[in-house]
Design a protein around this ligand. Structure first.
Ligand SMILES: Nc1ncnc2c1ncn2[C@@H]1O[C@H](COP(=O)(O)OP(=O)(O)OP(=O)(O)O)[C@@H](O)[C@H]1O
Length: 309
């Protein structure tokens, strides 16, 4: 599915009031709604099918507001969101898209509610009208995809599980709806380093199997290493959009909106400043180590050539 944002602006305070005023409804109640600050302003971009799009931005830049537009949870105050060319303003289109886009909020485990893991994971597909005969298979597959054992956990209370397991159960609840696009708000927030890495690897694995992924993150390292494109928001506007190489090319510009460079990129910059002949175009520690090894290899070869002469 291609998801297109066309000049989208959104205001929490002014939006609904403005719409109601325009339609003439509840005029007395809304009165003259103040022109509230815009949470999003003139945002245009497209999520391409199969891509892994990262979203970065300072606190309050509009990331969560943006992703809530992706499955029609909220609608633009101005502009349009289109799924394969159809506007989500239509209730019917929004209903269909909600089944195809799995939105996972920050700390999704706080939304667990059912008495058993089975019922929690089954909630989404049941709500979508999936026949009861198929529910067990959906729940089993979803739990297995997040690395949990169906037989061991199906009858347990979700509240008796560890925090990391609860996060996986909550995630399975979204996967059980078989979404073709996953939209994730800080999916690894609050996990310990090992659980974090495992969780992000799992998400990269879903992407490798064909799921479109949109991931909000405060970690430039994760975004640079995992995403095919990165969108940077600042004060509700698109500040940068491109491949990690394009977006992380200008550290000064990023610093001006409160963001930094991925650690390996920043470290490589310091090495270059100190005169170490390092090439550009890498984002992970492994790539940095390879680049250092290549630079050292070149230096050794040059020294040997000089000695022979
Ligand atoms: N429910 C709400 N009501 C009114 N204003 C809101 C609401 N939610 C967010 N805002 C405002 O909208 C703007 C964008 O907020 P948003 O939560 O989208 O930012 P964010 O980039 O996700 O921030 P963070 O990184 O801190 O989660 C902020 O100015 C915020 O105060």
């Amino acid at each position: 599915m291609r998801l297109e944002f066309e000049d989208v602006s959104y205001s929490y305070e002014g939006g609904e009031a403005k719409k109601k005023k325009r339609s003439g409804a509840k005029k007395a109640q809304w009165g003259n709604a103040p022109d509230a600050p815009w949470a999003l302003r003139h945002v245009s971009f497209t999520v391409e099918p199969g891509e892994f799009l990262g979203i970065a931005g300072h606190t309050g830049s509009g990331k969560s507001t943006l992703i809530q537009h992706m499955n029609g949870l909220i609608h633009p105050t101005e502009g349009r969101v289109l799924a394969d060319g159809e506007s989500l303003a239509s209730k019917e289109v929004a209903r269909r898209v909600r089944g195809r886009v799995g939105l996972v909020f920050q700390y999704p485990e706080t939304q667990l509610f059912a008495a058993t893991v089975f019922d929690d994971v089954a909630f989404g597909p049941r709500n979508m009208g999936v026949p009861e005969a198929q529910i067990e298979q959906r729940v089993r597959e979803a739990l297995e995809r997040v690395g949990l054992c169906f037989e061991q956990l199906k009858g347990r209370s979700p509240f008796s599980l560890s925090g990391g397991q609860q996060r996986r159960v909550a995630f399975a609840g979204v996967l059980a709806m078989n979404p073709e696009m996953l939209v994730l708000d800080e999916p690894a927030a609050g996990l310990d380093p090992k659980a974090r890495e495992d969780f992000l690897n799992m998400i990269s694995g879903f992407h490798a199997q064909g799921t479109t992924v949109v991931m909000v993150s405060h970690s430039m390292d994760d975004l640079a290493a995992r995403c095919s494109r990165v969108l940077v928001l600042s004060e509700g506007e698109v500040f940068a959009l491109g491949t990690p190489a394009e977006v992380f090319a200008d550290g000064e510009r990023l610093r001006s909106v409160g963001l930094g460079l991925p650690a390996p990129v920043a470290f490589a910059g310091q090495l270059r400043q100190a005169g170490f002949p390092l090439e550009a175009g890498f984002f992970t520690e492994e790539q940095l180590a390879d680049a250092i090894a290549r630079a050292l290899g070149r230096a050794v070869a040059a020294r040997e050539g000089a000695d022979r002469r």
